[in-house]
Ligand binder design. Sequence first.
Ligand code: SF4
Ligand code: SF4
Length: 443
Amino acid sequence: MRTDFTPEQLADPDTAASEKILRACTHCGFCTATCPTYVLLGDELDSPRGRIYLIKEMLAGGKTLTADTVKHIDRCLSCLACMTTCPSGVNYMHLVDHARRWIEQNYRRPAGERILRWVLGTVLPRPSLFRLALRAVAVVKPMAPLFPGPLARLSALAPVAVPAASSTESPQVFPAEGVRRMRVALLRGCVQTVLAPEINEATIRLLTRHGCEVVVAAGGRCCGALTHHLGWEASALAFARANIELWERERLASGLDAIVVNASGCGTTVKDYGFMLREDPAYAERASRVAALARDVTEVIVNLGLDRRSGVPTGHRQRVAYHSACSMQHGQRLHAGPKALLAAAGFEPLEVPEGHLCCGSAGTYNILQPELAAALLQRKLVNIASTRPDLVATGNIGCIVQLASGSPVPVVHTVELLDWATGGPPPKALCLVSGRGGGRNRE
Ligand code: SF4
Ligand code: SF4
């Protein structure tokens, strides 16, 4: 794509980086077919190609930033399906991240939107605050249908009861079982630890059982993804720097072979720390080192080899619809590994039709864009149902919450199934359904 930025504009490193991305786009349009918003709305401006054009115009300043331009960019899920499809290697992720920052700095949203975005960006990344907010929402949850759009969705997604904090949340070191094969740090996370503390518990059991010493370091929680996607650059970078500080401290003190992330949305962001902090001389090198160490938990287990020494499934082989989160399949290009692990663990992984399409979760998208998110959820649930699964597995907490809000079968984290198959307890969601400690041996 032709661009005509001025030398002054290109002096800005973000604009210079975006210009390179824009120039790589040939406008071929292959990406439109796999873009969820284009599939739903059929509007060129809700396709990657259309958004790339809008972003170019916006950054070049040739057109006033209108509510309409912002609407089309806001509708983007950052699912990155377009990046998987693009034959020219256009880094749409960095482009839309820049666009979101630009909008945040140059556009004044209506008051209601500003308040909602402020609440999401302030509460969600802080577990104590989020837990308190959820308790308050639980009280008004029965009246959720009476609330306006985003508030109704927020209330509907909130759990009826907020789980108690897990003992694994506090900083500590979990020793490896048997011979230590790796020493890894676990990203504690924010939203996931509050909504589903059992996921970190299963991750720690699985890793230690496979010879990993697991460090839950003091300090950092949120990876920064939530505010990054809201365009809050300072906040996102502050979260990133805090994590880099604590993991580098840990690496220098006792060594680290990997930084394990068990929410693929967070993993995509941590793997991008090097780019996010490339202009910060105090952090650039350390950020790249941390990004290079970041691994999804399934990557670690694939490398170590799944050890099924106990808890082997018997009887009915559970049919597991594997929902490949966008941040897993498009953001991190991981798809075959998690499915192969599920198969090795004794489950029957099922490929979901239209698996490249987002479920509508996309961080805070299901709250900020409830109608589009609901349409994508319905489409996803129909596709999942067509596989006739016993349960659904995925590797991202946002997808778990979104799918569970409409799924007739339990939705669990992949790691919970791997933990179960290697000697851990059955996933909580299965226990809740069967009331008998899991449904695996159902015949
Ligand atoms: S597929 Fe790639 S090169 Fe083609 S229009 Fe989309 S982003 Fe541009
Ligand atoms: S990130 Fe997803 S929603 Fe956004 S333009 Fe690309 S394919 Fe479409």
